[in-house]
Design a protein around this ligand. Structure first.
Ligand SMILES: [Zn+2]
Length: 106
């Protein structure tokens, strides 16, 4: 591995991270300057977006067992691992969602 290339790559990564952080902070400051109500809505929007990212396709889906809104969608990888570990008896086969609260799978 070329050391110069590796170092250059690390520097670029750090710069990208730095600018991304600066951008987020700038957005944050601008939202703050627009007043408390706006800032609150802005934060809520960010939280919603984070939740959407975290839950993916399970976002907004309700658990039929305990009523928890926003559940986890079982990924193909997780299902494949489950099949690999337990054979065909995996309880995840044919199930798509998992509740983060009561662990119900359906
Ligand atoms: Zn549940």
């Amino acid at each position: 591995m070329d050391v110069g290339f590796t170092l250059g790559f690390i520097v670029v990564c750090l710069l990208v991270a730095f600018f991304a952080l600066a951008f987020v902070r700038n957005q944050d400051e601008q939202a703050k300057a627009k007043g408390d109500a706006y800032y609150k809505a802005y934060k809520e929007q960010i939280n919603e977006n984070l939740k959407k990212q975290e839950y993916g396709k399970g976002y907004g889906i309700k658990c039929p067992n305990c009523g928890q809104v926003n559940v986890k969608k079982i990924s193909t990888t997780s299902r494949a691992v489950s099949v690999g570990l337990t054979g065909l008896a995996s309880d995840k086969i044919g199930k798509t969602y998992k509740c983060p609260k009561c662990n119900y799978i359906w």
